[in-house]
Design a protein around this ligand. Structure first.
Ligand code: CO
Length: 263
């Protein structure tokens, strides 16, 4: 038996974004001491960009093929995506190619993304709200998720938005590329009229979307649009992958996958 773990993230080309992956890597090595851990990035755009800068990252397909060639027999793959959107579904399809046929491992399991069950949403909500700087009674928190067009991925984010607002009426959640929308967030700001808003990425890494779409100086960034409503904006540029209590949820999903692989 040769056991291995493959951690699969979207990928980032923003150097400061790496802090999240480093933390996840460290926590995985601690929890699964003695098991080989590899990484792959699902975004071909990011992989090509990094390759031009001299850094090679494998796609999940190449990483799994390589592990198969190197004689691994039991592999646990963990998605480091937030919601079951397009990137996760593509990963699941790739993993299926290694379940049967000439390239099959003896056993392979895929751990689901962060928001997979009701209790995940509950844990993420608590972890995120507890990690914020000290807030006054008129301080809101504005969270930016990515958003996606996959029905189940979209619903996971809608559930997170609802749970956050139940836990804290001044926690407004929106996404850059989906639902709930930017307009929904601005609507909440107009309705509740907070004095200040902490701008927080609900993304694995605080990369391009966090630095530009959320907290950038461009007129269409959330910071500019929320500031225009007379609300002072305070960006908190840390990804969910830099929050230990959030990473613990991914690690629990991986633990389940590792145990299933060994059965
Ligand atoms: Co995007």
């Amino acid at each position: 038996m040769k056991k291995g773990i493959l951690l699969v993230a979207f990928g980032t080309s923003v150097p400061q974004g790496r802090a999240a992956y480093e933390m996840i890597d460290e926590m995985a090595r601690e929890r699964f001491d003695g098991t080989d851990i590899r990484w792959a990035y699902t975004s071909s755009f990011i992989r090509r960009k990094l390759a031009r800068e001299g850094e090679q990252y494998d796609s999940p397909l190449v990483a799994l093929g390589r592990m198969r060639d190197e004689g691994y027999t039991h592999v646990a793959v963990q998605s480091l995506h937030i919601a079951p959107g397009a990137e996760f579904h593509d990963l699941a399809a790739t993993v299926r190619q290694f379940r049967a046929g000439p390239n099959a491992f003896e056993s392979i399991r895929l751990g689901p993304p962060l928001l997979s069950r009701e209790r995940d949403v509950e844990r993420v909500t608590t972890a995120v709200l507890n990690s914020l700087p000290k807030r006054g009674p008129k301080d809101a928190v504005v969270l930016m998720g990515h958003g996606n067009e996959h029905g189940d991925g979209e619903l996971a984010l809608v559930a997170a938005a609802a749970k956050l607002q139940l836990a804290d009426p001044l926690a407004f959640f929106g996404t850059v590329e989906g639902e709930p929308s930017t307009e929904d967030v601005l609507e909440q700001c107009r309705k509740h009229e907070p004095e200040r808003a902490f701008l927080v990425p609900f993304l694995t890494v605080a990369g391009d979307h966090a630095r530009n779409d959320l907290a950038g100086d461009e007129p269409d960034s959330w910071k500019s649009r929320i500031s225009a409503l007379g609300i002072e904006c305070v960006p908190v540029l840390k990804g969910l992958g830099e929050n230990k209590n959030v990473v613990a949820i991914w690690m629990d999903h991986l633990q389940t996958a590792v145990e299933a692989v060994e059965k």
